[in-house]
Design a protein around this ligand. Structure first.
Ligand code: UDP
Length: 446
């Protein structure tokens, strides 16, 4: 970038996720000032390790459903849990993130010179009756099934964005992203590529759902990111566009390929096919080829090799850290986070945030590592102080109310701990414990 040139700003929502973080890296390479936004529901700060060291990257913990804290002329909307186990865990959050997120972005962009590249999905086609799927196909989606919160949320977001384009000429560019894989996928997101690779590297049987004859078409992440940038920069864009790699294979064949490339001969175990699991999926990318000159270049073998290397390196790093008793320290600041108050309130919580950077995984880690012990002790100390304050001033009814609420929260936390429900534990800490602790502070000066 030459002297006197001004950097363009791009906002990436869902920046700490798999695709969001790769996008941030690429936009920084392209010379953008990048603002990453994420509520860390499923994203992980470790994905922003490289971006976080870049002088032109800025991170905000925030929720796309709320008023956006920044304006940018280019927005990539990637905020939404995207793997089936993540999006089904909190269907309400999944659907509202898609729909309210689209609404907030339209409010920001309307009347301004702003381009929105919106991450939609091949899930809008549901269990497709047309194969491969062109953009003109309307889909076959169950409105009340296990996957509906994601599918229908994404469909509704497309409707909102397309209406905003039709009525107000908001430059909303909808991209239907097909199965994408690559480095940084979460080990535990339940997706087929990450699951098979993690299982193979850990010497566990590969879990094939159903008879394995269902098919998917997998796109390597770098190819997808290239396509997304082309979408952002092409002059004329109208209607949704599919992005993905049309190379299709069955899940059984994928399992075979992962075994071959990891040089393992692990057994395959069959599990039940999840509800509404699409039988076939393959993008028709004619439109992307014509409009964007888009062509995926990394085939499944090469892409899997690169992904396996990345998974191996990350697993090794975790093992080394465990041995050395070290933990990952995120470079992006947590200062602006609502979690910050929790960090202050609970000794031991900071360590947990530092080690995984993800509220839900923090809960699971707490359950696994008995991290709740520190938190329970802290809550016990706080409770004793509140009880003393209540006894000293029995006329202050609000103190008694705070004490009772604190007791309830402690009981609920211990139930979640006993049930080994890490996700519930994290939700309780953030949404129940934090407000009552704030009241302890303001009303009892604890
Ligand atoms: N799948 C599987 N074993 C796993 C995870 C997934 O056989 O451990 C199957 C799943 O039932 C689906 C396919 O792999 O048919 C792709 O699943 P994924 O969750 O990766 O993506 P999606 O279903 O959203 O395409």
């Amino acid at each position: 970038m030459g002297l006197g040139t001004v950097r363009r700003t791009a906002l990436v929502t869902g920046a700490a996720g798999f695709l969001g973080s790769h996008l941030c890296d690429r936009l920084l390479e392209e010379g953008f000032e990048v603002v990453g936004l994420d509520n860390l529901m499923t994203g992980d700060l470790i994905n922003l390790d490289a971006a976080g060291r870049h002088p032109h990257f800025h991170f905000e913990i925030g929720d796309v459903r709320e008023k956006l804290p920044v304006y940018a002329e280019l927005v990539f909307n990637f905020a939404c849990p995207a793997s089936p186990i993540h999006y089904q865990h909190d269907p309400y959050a999944t659907l509202t993130t898609s729909v309210l997120g689209a609404q907030r972005l339209i409010e920001m962009a309307r009347g301004r010179n702003c381009t929105i590249v919106h991450a939609s999905t091949s899930e809008v086609y549901g269990d497709p009756l047309v194969h491969p799927q062109p953009e003109s196909y309307w889909g076959n989606v169950n409105p009340i099934g296990e996957r509906s919160c994601y599918d229908e949320g994404k469909r509704c977001a497309e409707t909102l964005l397309h209406d905003a384009y039709r009525r107000w000429r908001v430059d909303a560019r909808i991209v239907r992203i097909f199965n994408t894989y690559g480095p940084r996928m979460a080990f535990d997101d339940g997706r087929v590529v990450s699951s098979f690779i993690t299982q193979a590297l850990m010497g566990q049987p590969l879990t094939v759902f159903g008879d394995g004859s269902q098919s998917r078409s997998f796109c390597y992440v770098d190819d997808l990111i290239e396509g997304l940038l082309r979408v952002a920069f092409v002059n004329a864009f109208e209607g949704p566009v599919n992005l993905g790699n049309p190379g299709e294979l069955t899940i059984q064949d994928l399992a075979g390929l992962v075994r071959e490339l990891t040089e393992t001969n692990l057994p395959i175990v069959r599990r039940g096919l999840p509800e509404d699991d699409p039988k076939k999926r393959q993008p028709d990318i004619t439109k992307a080829r014509q409009l964007l000159n888009f062509e995926p270049v990394i085939d499944i073998r090469e892409g899997l090799k690169r992904t396996i290397l990345n998974f191996q390196a990350r697993l090794l790093e975790i093992a080394n850290q465990r041995q050395r008793g070290l933990q990952f320290t995120p470079v992006v600041s947590l200062d602006s986070s609502p979690l910050r108050s929790l960090l202050d309130a609970f000794p031991g919580y900071l360590e947990l945030v530092s080690s995984c950077g993800d509220a839900h995984r923090i809960g699971n880690r707490m359950v696994a590592a008995e991290g709740m012990i520190g938190v329970s002790e802290a809550l016990g100390v706080i409770h004793r102080a509140v009880a003393q304050a209540t006894q000293a001033a029995p006329e202050r009814k609000e103190l008694r109310a705070v004490e009772q609420r604190l007791c309830q929260v402690i009981a609920e936390l211990s139930d979640a701990q006993a049930a080994q429900d890490g996700v519930r534990l994290a939700d309780l800490l953030e949404h129940e414990a934090l407000p009552v602790l704030r009241r302890c502070r303001t009303e009892c000066q604890v």
